[in-house]
Design a protein around this ligand. Structure first.
Ligand code: SF4
Length: 365
C-alpha cells in the first residue's frame, strides 16, 4: 500500500464496518468485564460456539464479583465442552486478582492487563482497545491473513520477523482515537470477506489498496510453513460399574491439561504395549493407586480424541467392581457417580465420547 492508500484505508474500512458488522452480543456493550469474557471465549473457538457459551457464562456469572466468588467446579461446568480449560481457570484467578489488586476495576492499559492470569499481548490489546478505545493495534489470525494479502507478504506470518513487520504496519494504519472500531473492522474483514482459502475480493471495501489482488496472489497468501506431524498417544481407561452406585470417576489435578475435570481412571500405554498387557497394568493401578478393585467385563472398544498438539487413542475397558462393589472405604481421589448425575460434574471431552460409546454398547446402569 502506498502512503496515500494507507490514508484512505481506515475511512473505507470503517464505513464498510458500520454497515456490515454482525450483531454479536458483546458488541452491544462497553462493559469491560463482558468484553474480556468474550475475548477469552473467542480464543481457539468459532464465533457461533463462543456466542452460545458467552450467553450461558454471562447468565451464570453476570459480574466480575460473581465470577471471583464462584467455586472452580461451577466455572468449569459452564466451560464444559469448549476445551482449553486453562482459560476458565485463569479467568477466575484473574477476576480475583482484579478484585484484590485493582480495586475491582479491570485495568485500561495493555501492560496492566497483562499482569492478569491468562491475558497475553493479543487479549490485552483487544480489551484495551475494544473496551477502553486505547490506541493499540490488535493482531489475531484474521488480521495476520488480511495484512499478508494487503501487503503481499510472502512469508509465514507466524515468523517473528513477519510479526514485527505486521506490528509496524498496524501502528501506521491505526487511526488515532478509533481503535475500538478499527480493530474490530480488521477482524470482521478477515472473518467475512478476506476469508481463508478463496477471499471474496469482489465484495472487498479495500480492494483498491490490496497488493495481493494486484499481483494475482490472493489464494496463495498467507504462506504457511509445513506443520510437524501430530503424535499419537495410547491410553487405557476403565469404565467401572458398581450396581446401584453408578460409574467410577477420578478428578484430574487442578493444574495442567484439563485440570480439575473428571474422567475415567486410566494410564498411559507405551507405544508398543498390547491391549492385554495394558489391561493387567490398568487393573493393578486401580487397586494400588485409587483403591478400587475391579475385573474386566469384556473386550475393549476404542475412542480417538484430538488435542491441539497430540491425538489420543483410548482403549476403554468395561469393568465391574469386584463382588458388584469394588470401592474400599472412602476413596481419596475419586467417586461413584450415577449416570443421571453425570451432567452435574465437569467432564473431559474424551470422557463424553466414552460415555456415548458405553451407551451404544450396553444398557445403562
Ligand atoms: Fe483480501 Fe481480496 Fe480484500 Fe485483498 S482484495 S484484502 S485479498 S478480500
Amino acid at each position: 500500500m502506498t502512503p496515500e492508500q494507507e490514508c484512505r484505508f481506515a475511512d473505507d474500512l470503517l464505513a464498510w464496518y458500520r454497515k456490515a458488522r454482525r450483531p454479536l452480543p458483546w458488541r452491544r456493550t462497553r462493559d469491560p468485564y463482558r468484553i474480556w469474557i468474550s475475548e477469552i471465549l473467542l480464543q481457539q473457538t468459532r464465533v457461533e460456539t463462543a456466542t452460545a457459551y458467552y450467553q450461558s457464562f454471562i447468565e451464570r456469572f453476570p459480574s466480575l464479583q460473581t465470577l471471583a466468588e464462584a467455586d472452580m467446579e461451577s466455572v468449569l461446568q459452564v466451560w464444559q465442552g469448549l476445551g482449553y480449560y486453562g482459560r476458565a481457570r485463569n479467568l477466575q484467578r484473574a477476576a480475583r486478582t482484579v478484585l484484590e489488586q485493582f480495586n475491582g476495576k479491570i485495568p485500561r492499559e495493555p501492560a496492566s492487563l497483562m499482569e492478569l492470569p491468562g491475558i497475553g499481548p493479543y487479549t490485552a490489546a483487544a480489551v484495551a482497545s475494544i473496551a477502553f478505545n486505547r490506541d493499540v493495534f490488535t493482531i489475531d489470525g484474521n488480521v495476520k491473513r488480511v495484512l499478508s494479502r494487503l501487503y503481499a507478504i510472502r512469508r509465514d506470518p507466524e515468523l517473528p520477523a513477519v510479526r514485527k513487520r505486521q506490528e509496524a504496519i498496524g501502528k501506521r494504519i491505526l487511526p488515532q482515537g478509533k481503535a475500538r472500531n478499527f480493530n474490530q473492522a480488521m477482524m470482521e474483514l478477515g472473518a467475512l470477506v478476506c476469508k481463508p482459502g478463496r477471499p471474496l475480493c469482489a465484495d472487498c471495501p479495500v480492494s483498491s489498496a490490496c497488493s495481493a489482488l494486484e499481483k494475482g496472489l490472493t489464494d496463495r497468501l498467507p504462506v504457511r510453513s509445513p506443520k510437524p506431524a501430530i503424535p499419537v498417544r495410547k491410553r487405557a481407561v476403565a469404565a467401572i460399574r458398581n450396581r446401584g452406585a453408578g460409574l467410577f470417576f477420578v478428578r484430574r489435578p487442578p493444574e495442567g491439561l484439563l485440570g480439575g475435570l473428571w474422567e475415567f481412571p486410566g494410564l498411559d500405554l507405551k507405544s508398543r504395549e498390547s491391549g492385554k498387557r495394558g489391561l493387567g497394568r490398568l487393573l493393578l493401578s486401580l487397586e494400588n493407586r485409587i483403591r478400587v478393585e475391579a475385573v474386566s467385563a469384556g473386550r475393549p472398544f476404542s475412542v480417538q480424541h484430538s488435542y491441539s498438539h497430540f491425538q489420543e487413542q483410548i482403549y476403554v475397558y468395561r469393568c465391574q467392581g469386584k463382588n458388584g462393589k469394588g470401592g474400599r472405604g472412602k476413596n481419596p481421589t475419586g467417586r461413584w457417580i450415577h449416570p443421571r448425575n453425570i451432567e452435574n460434574i465437569p467432564i473431559t471431552g474424551a470422557t463424553r465420547k466414552i460415555l456415548r460409546g458405553l451407551e451404544l454398547k450396553q444398557p445403562p446402569v
